[in-house]
Design a protein around this ligand. Structure first.
Ligand code: SF4
Length: 217
């Protein structure tokens, strides 16, 4: 599994667990129900045409973050921002299943919900003989599955990119008729240092528009 340096799916004394992380937003209201800590992994084996995050696809060095530090950031977001859960996105969370499962387990142990976006279909994940994949599924409340298909944009379901993608409620924490699904999609724009960070769900015609932005002197 690329993207995690040392993990057994659990914690062995003396091991430093890390994950390959592209980006973190400590508190967002644009990546699932309520306020959430969102983490994008660096690295995805899939190549959906029109992927929103092509820069997150390569498995490349230089993105490793210690999981204990990320857990500290989640706890801080819980304390100071009142998040109700975490959202794991990609990159592809199931290509980083050991790290993702660890974060999901920690989040649920602290009463937080877990939402995961994956380009794989649930049945394919369930067929994997991989303890980390099973652990991540076990700790996921909402799974959005399937590849993003640019020619099948979804304009009706909140947080969903294309009409082929399915929403699985893997626990009874949320329901398909929760009011949270009925609000319009939102996009958040942050300026952090010299960077413009955009997250959330743009309309199909606006995907990636901001990626050509450059700072003018
Ligand atoms: S699974 Fe997600 S990150 Fe990977 S190529 Fe598809 S849309 Fe992009």
């Amino acid at each position: 599994m690329i993207g995690i340096v040392a993990s057994t799916g659990g914690v062995e004394s003396g091991m430093v667990l890390t994950a390959s992380v592209a980006s973190i937003v400590p508190c967002t209201e644009a990546e699932g129900p309520g306020k959430r800590f969102a983490l994008w992994f660096q690295g995805c084996p899939l190549r959906c045409q029109g992927c929103c995050n092509p820069e997150y696809l390569p498995f490349r060095p230089g993105h490793d973050r210690r999981l204990d530090e990320i857990v500290g950031e989640i706890e801080s977001s819980r304390e100071y921002a009142g998040i109700e859960g975490i959202t794991l996105l990609g990159g592809e969370p199931f290509a980083h299943a050991e790290a993702a499962a660890h974060l999901a387990e920690v989040a649920q142990a602290r009463g937080l919900s877990v939402m995961v976006f994956t380009g794989f279909e649930l049945e394919a994940l369930q067929a994997r003989i991989d303890p980390a994949t099973a652990a991540l599924l076990r700790c996921t409340d909402i799974l959005v599955d399937g590849p993003y298909l640019r020619d099948r944009p979804d304009s009706h379901r909140r947080w969903i990119g294309s009409t082929n993608q399915r929403i699985h409620h893997l626990s009874d924490r949320y329901r398909a008729d929760d009011p949270c699904w009925l609000k319009p999609n939102t996009l958040e724009i942050r300026v952090r240092g010299g960077e413009i960070l955009v997250n959330g769900f743009p309309s199909a015609g606006a995907v990636g528009l901001w990626k050509g932005w450059t700072r003018k002197p």
